[in-house]
Design a binder for this molecule. Sequence first.
Ligand code: KG4
Ligand code: ZN
Length: 341
Amino acid sequence: MKILGIETSCDETAAAVVEDGRRILSSVVSTQIKIHKPYSGVVPELASRSHVVALNRVIQEASKNPKAVDAIAVTVGPGLVGSLLVGKMTAEALGWVFQKPVYGINHIEGHLLSPLLDTPHLSPPFLGLIVSGGHTELIYAKTWGDYRLIGRTRDDAAGEAFDKAAKMMNLGYPGGPIIDQMAKQGDPLTFPFPRPWLPGTWDFSFSGLKTAMLYKLKEKEKWTLKECRDLCAGFQDAVVQVLVGKTMAAAKAFGARKLVVGGGVAANSQLRANFLRASKKERFHLFMAPPALCTDNAAMIASAAYFKIVYKHASKNHLKIKPQMHLPFMRGPLPSFSVSH
Ligand code: KG4
Ligand code: ZN
């Protein structure tokens, strides 16, 4: 089954054709980074306008013949409403013209299932950490389509914290990949940052870390390149240690042996290395998509649609969900667990 995926939830206009949920036949991502760079963040109005300009070209690049696909999948949330509408209206129009079923997909589910694109043997139950510019969520996937939210950020998302810290340091946008590069040549021990743990809950909080960076930077006017690298290394170390430490603790508490890490921040080299090390030590099975499939793309949306169809928890009526900023997709109560970490 070939599915055309369309993704326009934030600042990437993307289309892809994926066969049987795993074989990426094409994947095109047109980024809006240049447009949003002067503002050091995504400007919603500019994002939706740019999707309108780019989407037809991106779809044509991904699929010369949309008539040949079996279904169309489109992100319907969470995300920027205007941007989501561009994708949804386009998918609906294509579906109507070519008489194809159209499935609305939750962006977080796309990230959560993204490792399936290159690791066929992944199946629930597993514990997933989704870390992106808008989300930091710990999700227990009990079975296909049955997800329970275990913890989430109470303020900034992990990617947002990276982006804001980089902005304070005038490093550029998006900040995550820049801090990742700078930190490689820095010493995390020179400027230690607090580890916001929030004991007794699986929630996260990164805004205090951002404030710590702000106060640190106020200590003097000019910072050398070496000091900037050390600051990046210290900041990244704090974010990564909390994300890895808390996910590992949650996996133990819930008895999950499989871990999934997805979302743009999952491209971070230290996060990947630390997760690899920790899961090896604890003998957990770790699933992470390659970095290019961690950041927003449409292949993960097409793939998620395939598995929803195959495991029969998708309906075409999913598209009736209004595009929205906060799209709930968790079902059922939490499994029992202990928070004695
Ligand atoms: O998943 P994504 O592409 O879009 C959202 O759904 O938000 O994630 C984008 C976020 C940005 O905040 C970006 O700075 C961060 O992912 N990011 C990284 C890295 N690559 C992207 N953060 C840390 N290290 C990276 N290598
Ligand atoms: Zn995303």
